[in-house]
Ligand binder design. Structure first.
Ligand SMILES: Nc1ncnc2c1ncn2[C@@H]1O[C@H](COP(=O)(O)OP(=O)(O)OP(=O)(O)O)[C@@H](O)[C@H]1O
Ligand SMILES: [Zn+2]
Ligand SMILES: [Zn+2]
Length: 878
């Protein structure tokens, strides 16, 4: 038997599968998706098996054997292996890069592979030595040899797989069966796993009444100690010291004195890494749907039941109850015995969101987001692998969850640009989701109150016509591409892989079907939006960052004890440092970008390279003292608020206040419990939040994004304003919104204020079509960087003309090569940057051509330390 292996060297020469033979001993273990170690020249490399075959076109004498298999069960499913291939073709990256992106980080770390007797509780790695007699007794129908294996493993707790195979050599197959049947389980002893996590924990005495008695004894000045005792009397369970301190806002000293009195005990306890273990989720039942929800739900569930690949674009206004539709559609999917993936933007993967899914589906849900540690992520991934869960909710990369029976993929807030990964593989999760769904005959739901123009385009007749015209030719072409990549054997198929899904990923795109929910749940009105012209405020002599109306509205809410959300759109907002006398702007000496002022460290800093210097007090250019930082950071807004409204309780949420793990959650809980009057923040307050007492929303600088050199600026502005406005008046109390802007006549701001998606979309579509921007044309951005401009320019020009030349072959397909020009940010970390933009209509073949052109420069890249990066469908044009 032969395996085709993609090795872990991201380079052009190695960007193909290499043949290896599968040694007899590994036959039962190697499958498509296995991670293996193989000899490669003088080295040993890691790689992934992408295909198995009985034959090899290579000279058998020259084919080397696989050295080792790295996981007992393949970490990738065959459909993921195929998807990786599709990603590498679509987004022009090395196949290995796509494969690596699909497995959790912990698997890339050093670890040992053990097996143990399966215990149904997750996440525990304790030895199972007590279990031997029982486990075997129950499974008396196992072969004697298998029983012996189980007994052996149970007695040892866990056994390293090599040791086990050695001990029972020639029984590899039996061991494999035991694993497949779930008697034995693989345990990865990841390095960071071996050092179990420990936490100081406070133990109350057994009798809580005793605590009350002690509390009585304490003198009144020990109020804090009393509080601790009373809390524990109420809730007599061990509690993590840090949690206790946070909960009561006390210092460790308070607890220490109680421990010294011998009333409480403090011990180090091992903690398990279930990120949600400390929370119990209240079970929820399906709500009875509003008529619009019901209609949409029916449309989605039908193809879910019929196992038809369809793509729906669900446009539902803020507060229309999209989440409930997702939940019930997922239930339909689970009832079919299939699995569901829910993608949400990282930033809105809030506890509230998780709660909704855990509340409905309980332990069947795995959660994946980037704030989890390596170990936690790995544990969640393992739950999916071992089929302990059937729903995964997570950020972008959760689209690679190793499910095998996907029925439904939901992408919430589908318009979010964070679904595009900025590093290689530069994939867009929306497109990957559609590709993956097509492999499984699954349904995709793209949900948003402000659908992206790209997705909207998918519902237009123009797209359907285009898709239909492309159908025949592209399908034929794609099939032949597959053939020459996998070799003729693809048709014959290979034993271990699920060939059905292999045959299906054609890259074909179905037209999207538009579903609309115009109304909020229970007919609640959308909030009234006021546009405030800040130029007018200035004319009236108001120099504050708050307009008079917004000021009054905040005051009014404080009075009524209702809550306010304030958005400071910092993206594109310059907190740069400028001299008012001569106009000097402090810039990074290594990058083409102005430095940003950071109040906490009183320093000015570069966002790209981290360069920092002390705050300037005199202008380096003219020595004037009138040098100051411009712009309105959240910190300054907070200061201003406390000045204007003494006693106001403000929660500030921005990158500075949310870096600590769990801080996000902490702030939102405080706000929800109405322990604050006002939530101030950047983009992260705009999304997904659903708080009943929020009746006022203010956008302080609504238009900052409009000034960015980006053709999506208007779209982003419209989306952000609509989303943040949507936070107000979602429950009984009606909401009101104030939008402060210097561009009150801009159509994105006017449409947002009228909740008029349709007119915004039509206007924007017309403009995009006129300027030949996406979604009508597609873009590929090629960025080159090097320390020296002449070489860079020369190379960029060569590359551009090479692409133009190759593009001639594609006539009459319109391909336009713009540039090379200096990038909007023309230097980062002392490297200059140039870009070429390719504009085209149509599909796959253009990416091949770019790939071919770029590959021709790989040698130069290596020799000259030049970098060329290719971004297909770029979201960021800097
Ligand atoms: N059928 C229903 N009956 C009663 N309440 C409902 C129903 N469906 C949803 N809700 C409630 O309506 C509120 C808004 O729903 P949800 O948060 O799902 O809206 P959404 O469409 O996701 O909004 P956004 O896009 O702003 O996040 C929630 O509090 C939800 O519990
Ligand atoms: Zn100056
Ligand atoms: Zn810099």
């Amino acid at each position: 038997m032969y395996a085709k292996v993609i090795v872990d060297v991201p380079a052009k020469q190695t960007n193909r599968a290499f043949d290896y033979s599968v040694p007899e001993a590994l036959r039962d273990w190697v499958a498509v998706g296995s991670r293996v170690s193989v000899p490669f020249g003088p080295r040993k490399l890691q790689g992934f098996v992408v295909e198995l075959d009985d034959r090899s076109v290579m000279d058998p004498a020259k084919v080397k054997p696989i050295a080792e298999i790295l996981d007992l069960s393949p970490p990738l499913t065959p459909d993921l292996v195929q998807l990786a291939h599709w990603i590498s073709q679509t987004y022009l990256c090395h196949e290995i890069t796509a494969l690596q992106a699909m497995i959790p980080g912990a698997l890339k770390a050093k670890y040992e592979r053990h097996v143990r007797v399966k215990d149904d509780s997750m996440g525990q790695e304790r030895p199972m030595s007590g279990l031997s007699g029982n486990a075997v007794g129950q499974h008396s129908f196992l072969l004697p040899a298998q029983q012996e294996i189980i007994r052996y493993v149970a007695a040892k707790g866990s056994v390293e797989i090599e040791a086990l195979l050695q001990r029972f050599n020639s029984e590899g197959k039996l061991i494999k069966e035991l694993m497949a049947e779930g008697y034995l389980q693989e345990v990865q002893m990841v390095k960071d796993r071996m050092t179990a996590k420990k936490a100081l924990t406070v133990f109350p005495p057994d009798d809580p009444e005793q605590l009350r008695a002690w509390a009585e004894q304490l003198p009144s000045r020990s109020a804090k100690q009393k509080e601790v005792l009373e809390l524990l009397a109420e809730r007599p369970v061990p509690v993590k010291l840090t949690d206790l301190l946070n909960e009561l806002s006390i210092s460790a000293g308070t607890v220490k004195s109680l421990v010294e009195k011998g009333w409480l005990e403090l011990r180090e306890v091992e903690v398990l890494r279930d990120p949600y273990s400390h929370r119990s989720f209240q079970r929820t039942v399906p709500l009875s749907l509003m008529p619009e929800q019901e209609q949409v739900f029916q449309r989605i569930s039908r193809p879910v039941m019929d196992r038809e690949h369809r793509v729906f674009l669900l446009h539902g206004v803020t507060g229309s109850g999209k989440t409930e539709v997702y939940l019930q559609s997922i239930q339909t999917c689970l009832d079919q015995g299939r699995e569901a993936i829910v993608l949400v933007p990282e930033i809105s993967l809030t506890p509230q969101m998780v709660e909704r899914f855990k509340g409905r589906f309980g332990d069947q849900v795995a959660v994946m987001h980037s704030r989890l540690s390596h170990g936690e992520r790995y544990d969640e991934w393992r739950k999916i692998m071992q089929k302990q869960v059937r729903v995964v909710i997570g950020a972008r990369s959760a689209i690679f969850a190793p499910f095998t029976q996907i029925g439904l993929i939901i992408i919430d807030e589908e318009h979010e640009s964070s679904y595009k990964q900025e590093e290689s593989p530069k994939y867009h999760a929306r497109d990957v989701a559609i590709a993956r769904a097509s492999q499984h005959d699954a349904v995709v739901v793209l949900g948003s109150a402000t659908p992206s123009l790209e997705s909207m385009y998918g519902t237009l007749p123009e797209y359907k016509a285009e898709a239909a015209a492309r159908e025949d030719s592209s399908q034929a072409r794609f099939r032949s591409e597959q053939l020459d990549l996998f070799g003729a054997s693809t048709e014959a198929g290979h034993p271990a892989a699920d060939n059905n899904s292999q045959a299906r990923l054609t890259g074909r795109r179905v037209p999207f079907e538009l579903l609309t929910m115009h109304n909020r749940v229970e007919g609640r009105p959308l909030p009234r939006v006021h546009i405030i012209d800040m130029r007018e405020e200035l004319r009236q002599g108001n120099r504050s960052m708050f307009s008079r109306d917004l000021y009054k509205a905040i005051e009014d809410r404080l009075h009524k004890k209702e809550q306010t959300v304030l958005l400071l759109n910092r993206r594109g907002y310059s907190t740069f440092v400028m001299c008012r006398t001569c106009g000097y702007v402090a810039e990074c000496p290594h990058c083409d970008i102005s430095l940003t002022y950071h109040q906490s460290s009183r320093a000015i800093r570069c966002h790209y390279c981290g360069y920092a210097e002390r705050e300037l007090t005199v202008c380096p250019s003219c020595s004037s003292e009138h040098i100051r930082h411009f712009g309105t950071g959240t910190q300054r807004v907070e200061e201003e608020l406390t000045k204007l409204f003494p006693g106001i309780r403000v929660i500030r949420m921005d990158v500075d206040t949310t870096t600590e793990k769990g801080s996000h959650e902490k702030w939102l809980t405080l706000f929800r419990n109405r322990q604050a009057d006002l939530l101030l923040g950047t983009q992260m307050v705009a999304k997904g939040l659903d708080f009943p007492h929020v009746t006022l929303v203010g956008a302080i600088a609504a238009d900052t994004v409009l000034n960015l050199p980006d053709f999506r600026a208007a779209e982003r502005t419209f989306q952000l304003l609509t989303q943040v406005a949507g936070r107000a008046g979602r429950h009984e109390l009606p909401g009101e919104v104030y939008v402060q802007t210097y561009a009150p006549e801009h159509y994105s701001i006017i449409s947002a204020s009228r909740h008029d998606y349709q007119s915004f979309m039509e206007k924007e579509m017309t403009l995009r079509k006129f300027h030949e921007y996406p979604p009508f044309h597609r873009l590929i951005l090629i960025t080159l960087s090097h320390e020296q401009v002449p070489l860079l320019m020369r190379t960029a020009e060569l590359l551009a003309s090479r692409i133009k030349e190759l593009a001639k072959e594609l006539q009459p397909m319109p391909v336009e090569v713009l540039g090379p020009v200096a990038s909007p940010i023309s230097r980062i970390k002392d490297r200059y940057r140039f870009q070429c933009m390719i504009k085209y209509r149509g599909e796959a073949s253009i990416s091949r051509l770019v790939h071919q052109a770029v590959a021709g420069f790989e040698e130069l890249e290596r020799q000259q330390k030049l970098t060329i990066s290719v971004d297909v469908d770029p979201q960021v044009l800097m």
